[in-house]
Each structure stands twice: as structure tokens, then as C-alpha cells.
Design a protein around this ligand. Sequence first.
Ligand SMILES: NC(=O)c1ccc[n+]([C@@H]2O[C@H](COP(=O)([O-])OP(=O)(O)OC[C@H]3O[C@@H](n4cnc5c(N)ncnc54)[C@H](OP(=O)(O)O)[C@@H]3O)[C@@H](O)[C@H]2O)c1
Length: 398
Amino acid sequence: MLPDLRPPAPRGDAPRSVAVLGSTGSIGVQTLEVAALFPDRLRITALAAGTRWQELAEQARRVRPDHVVIADEAHLGALRDALAGTGVEVAAGTDAVRELAEEAEVDVVVAAIVGAAGLRPTLAAVEAGKTVALANKESLVVAGALVEAAAARSGAVVVPVDSEHSALFQCLVGEPAGSVERLILTASGGPFRLRPAETFDAISPEEAVAHPNWSMGAKISVDSATMMNKGLEVIEARWLFGVHADQIEVVVHPQSVVHSVVEFVDGSSKAQVGPPDMRVPIQVALAFPDRWAAPHPRLDWTRTGPLTFEPVDADRFPCLGLAYDALRAGGSAPAALNAANEVAVARFLTGDVRFTDVPRLVEVGLATARPAGTLDGLLAVDAAARRAAADARALTTA
Ligand SMILES: NC(=O)c1ccc[n+]([C@@H]2O[C@H](COP(=O)([O-])OP(=O)(O)OC[C@H]3O[C@@H](n4cnc5c(N)ncnc54)[C@H](OP(=O)(O)O)[C@@H]3O)[C@@H](O)[C@H]2O)c1
């Protein structure tokens, strides 16, 4: 699924045609910022979003893609009116989002939809043999084996956007197969790294989305606060890099400067470092195998201060252990984990359940896992886990 990791030949300056799925989100907006730096190399030909049609229309007026799709069909008329006379082709619906990922003229698909909703378009892009700049980690969590098999059939290349996986990927380019002993994923520890366990019941959604180092969408921010994000990343790493659960370790690194580390069989390690700025891994994915000069912030090595590393507190952050359990169980367990987590996070964000209910609802959802190898089978488990997590009573709420 990864590109050939031998030292790559430069690809040159031929413009790349890019479809951004999830363009109104945190990753989507930053992708458009990166693309604006390289008007001769990147041409944004398609944009897709879920519901925020005004933001999508504003992006389309600025970027002038050929196609724009809004997943929520209720906004088709308003979006069409907003883009009347621009020449931009407007469509709506989840099938139309998927079709964008397969468009013949698209070279690179940026998969930046949040959650399992990104699975079908990501899989379509992989099946169509595109280069996929993958932010939507949930698609690998839900259906990593299917995405891997589709990439093997089509020759699609998946370049990670997640900063940790981009770091691992950059460390692995040029290294021989079979040389990896361990992958060490760094984690900031989130906003509650130092918060006492007995106060976790009182954590509010506002506190949970306020990440200390990264500005991200609400769902991934809560995932970072529970450390489920790191669990999803462990599963993502398993599929991207073809390693076992036992070869993936997580270490808390509050400064978010070391983005991850590859330890090799000879005892040598490589880390990738830089300021926490998602535009860098986004650009790495869009430019691969080239590197393009850009004015992103640099590290001032005289001012980084101490870089520290510590183990994860498994008692306060049980979601990480649940993700390892799901990865080791295999089959549909990661899909059930992910679906239940999406519901649990949504319930937490609306104030329906407490922060400490999230891992409990995930456990309820995990229990719905059953043998499933096909996409339909996995999506049936996803639906069952969602129902279970939605129906379960909050356990810590009085
Ligand atoms: N943010 C980060 O720094 C970061 C870092 C690493 C990885 N990631 C991963 O990147 C993905 C996106 O994260 P984010 O933080 O950018 O999320 P976000 O800010 O919540 O944005 C999500 C995007 O997905 C769109 N969307 C939702 N459902 C859709 C559907 N059915 N069809 C089409 N578009 C849909 C949303 O559109 P509307 O808003 O218009 O509804 C929005 O554009 C996640 O998988 C996350 O784990 C994010």
C-alpha cells in the first residue's frame, strides 16, 4: 500500500490534479493553504464536504475547481445558487462524493473526511489506483485489510498525512524491507495528561476540545483527550507499515516535536522532528516523492527546551488499551471499536454522557464484533456497534 520505499526518483514539476474530500475541515482547509503556495504544481480540481455549504461555496469561488459535492443533499439548491455563473459543476449525495474520488483526471485524492463516513470514498480512490494522501485514519481502522487488498490490485499508493505516520514514513524511505524492529508513536498526552483521575467525570466538552499543541476538528480533539486517537493510530500503523501490534509502542511526548521514531533491527533509530504544524505532513504527502521549498515554521533548536518522554497512564486512558485489544482480536473488532467511539464522542460533545463514559460505551460496542470479511459485513458490524453505543445508558451519569 505504501509507495516503493527505495530512494525515489524525483517526479518533476508536472502539475498534479487534486481532489480534496472534507475540504471544509481542519485538514481540508490546511490542504488548500498548502496548495495555494504551489499554483504551478497543484491544481485543485474537486472539493467535497458534508454539510457546511457556505464554506464550501466560498472555497469554490476562490479555488475554481471543476467539481464540488456536498454530501448532505438538502443543501444542493443553496450551493448551486451560490455558485451560479462560476462554471463549477455542483452535485450532492454520498455517491457523488465517492465518484469524485474516482474521477479520471484526478491524480491525488486527499482523504480528509472525518470518521467512517470516509471509508467508501477512500476505498474508491484506492480501487481507482489514485495516489491517496490519507488523513482519514478511520478508513484503515474499519477496513484495513480491504484497503490493503484493493491497493495491491490497483497499484494505488497511500501516503500518510497523520503527522506520526508521515514521520514514520519519512524515516522508512530508503530502508530495506524487514529492517524494522519497532515503531514508536509519540503522543502529546492531550489536555488531561496531568489531570487527576478523580476529576475526569467533570471534564466538559469545551475542555476536551482544547488541545495543547494542535488545532483540529472536534472529533479528533476529543479522541486525543481520551487517547483513543493514539489507539486508532496504532491500528492505522499496523496497516500502513505491515507490522504486528507488539511492534508498535506509544510514548507520551508533551512537546510534540518528535513526531515518531523507527527503531531498526541493528539497534539504530531514526526520528522525524519539527514544529507541530499539519501543513508540513500535508505538503510531504502532496509532493512525494519530491520536496518543495516552503515557508512553514522551522524549529529553533536553542529554544525547544527539554524534550521529555514518559509512559502512557493506562488507568486514566483506557481507550488506548481497548484499541490494542481490538487490533489483536482482528476481524471486525476495530470497526466495532471505531463505530462505538464515534457515537460515544458525539454523545459526549452534546453533553449526553460524561468523559468517563466514552471507554465504557466503546466496550459495549466492541462486544458486537463478529466474523466479517466483506465491506458489507464490516458495515453491518459498524451499524450494530453504533446502535449498541447509542442505546447504552450513560454509566457514570447520576
Ligand atoms: N485535524 C488534524 O490536525 C488531523 C491530524 C491528523 C489526522 N486527522 C484526521 O483527518 C480527518 C479529518 O479531521 P479534521 O480534524 O479535519 O476533521 P473536521 O475538521 O471535523 O472536518 C471533517 C471534514 O469532513 C467533512 N465530512 C464529514 N462527513 C462527510 C461526508 N459524509 N461526506 C463528505 N464530507 C464529510 C466535513 O464537512 P462539513 O464540516 O461541511 O460537514 C469536514 O470537511 C480525521 O479522520 C482525523 O482523524 C486530522
